[in-house]
Structures are given as structure tokens and as C-alpha cells.
Design a protein. Sequence first.
Length: 260
Amino acid sequence: MNPSNLTGHRFFVFSVKLAGLLYSLLCYLFFLLTVLYLIGFLAGIGAPKDINSGPGITWPLAVLVDAILITLFAAQHSGMARKNFKRWWVRFIPATLERATYVLSSCLVLTLLFVLWQPIATPVWKVESPWGKGLLISLFWLGWGVALLATFLISHFELFGVKQALYAWRKLIPEKPTFKSPWLYKLVRHPLYLGFLIVFWATPDMTAGHLLFAILSTFYILIGAHLEEKDLVESLGEEYQRYQQEVGMLAPKRNHTKGH
């Protein structure tokens, strides 16, 4: 290869890697905006449309539409995370962009949920006490804090696909995956899911639509955690099985022991 062709090839490779990095950063930015909207959607703060707003339709049809939307998110979010799908998917996209594309897909499905969600405004409970209301609002924000902290305790930017593209751009060799259980992961195996469960249920103004969202989302989290753990046992073997015996999935075990 002559020098000019070699220079052109290097420039092309550099451009492709830079494009991948920019793509992953844009996916991450979209994720941040989606999460901010989800906060407003559930809390009724600042979102043009929240979980209880909109013209609404008859409640049986609203239940059907909302159940389909959550099922669609569950199918996408869990299905694309499975190893068999990943092995098939990386035949069409670079492996370094697989996670960012997964994050983008999840955000698009969530956006669809925001747009098409049908409110069911029938009140289930409404806490009027300032102390009770303050407690539930505090729990809501605590849940978000737990979820955010859980991502940083493992690898926040790897979880959302930025680190993979950055490593490819800088020609770094990815670190070999190792099992670790820092801080919150010594209390429960899935603190991220626990944070979301708190977020979904902690509201002083629970409507039938919000309750439907909380129930179906809880059901999905339980299924998703089970599927994720099957993959973890397959990849980590006895090490993860011991972890399962010692640490509760979503609540601390009474006989919890330290030492991970």
C-alpha cells in the first residue's frame, strides 16, 4: 500500500471510530433527556404530558393500550439484552455500538409510551398529611438516587454504551469482565431495580393509571431480573450462585454476610 492510500485508510478508520463515539454520546444524551422526562412523567413535574394528564379514553381501552405499551417496552428491553439476540445483532452493527444502540432503542420505546399513554384518573389513594406526603416524595427521590448510584458503583458509562465506543476510538483493550459487588450490591443483588421499584410506587397521589404502571412494571422487573440472573449464572457459575445464596435479590437477607 502506497503512503497516500495508507493515509487515506487511517483517516477512514479514524473517521469511523469518531462517528461511533459521537453516536454513542448522542445516544447517551437522548437517554439523559428520556430519564428527565420519565421523572416529570411520574411526578407530574414539568412534563407537557404526565401519567395522569391527557383527554383519556374509556378505562377498559386505556388499560389495554397502557398494558400493550409496557409489554412492548419489556419485550424490547429484556429481549435485546439476551445473549442470543446480541450474538445475532452484532452481525449487523459493530459490537462496540451494540450497547449504545440498545440504550437508544429503549429510549425510543419509552418515548412512544410517553406519547401514547392513556391516563386513568380514578384515585386509589391521596395522602393529604404534610408528613405523609413529604415522606412519599422523599422516597421517590431516594429511589432515583439509589438507581443512579447503582449505575456508578459498577460502570455507568459502560452500562450506557459510551465506554465501549471510547475504547474503540482510543484503541484500548476492554477490561476483562470480573465479578464484583460494591457497597449497595452487598445489600441486594439488583439495587438498580430496587431504586426503580421505589420510584414507581412512592407517590402521594396514586391513580388507577399510575397503579397499573407500577404493577406491570414491577411484574416486568421481576421477570427481567430472573432472566438476567440466568445469564449471570451461565457466565459466572458458582461464584454468582454463592452470591445469590448470601445476598437477597431486591431486599436484604437477615442472614446476610459480608465479604464480596
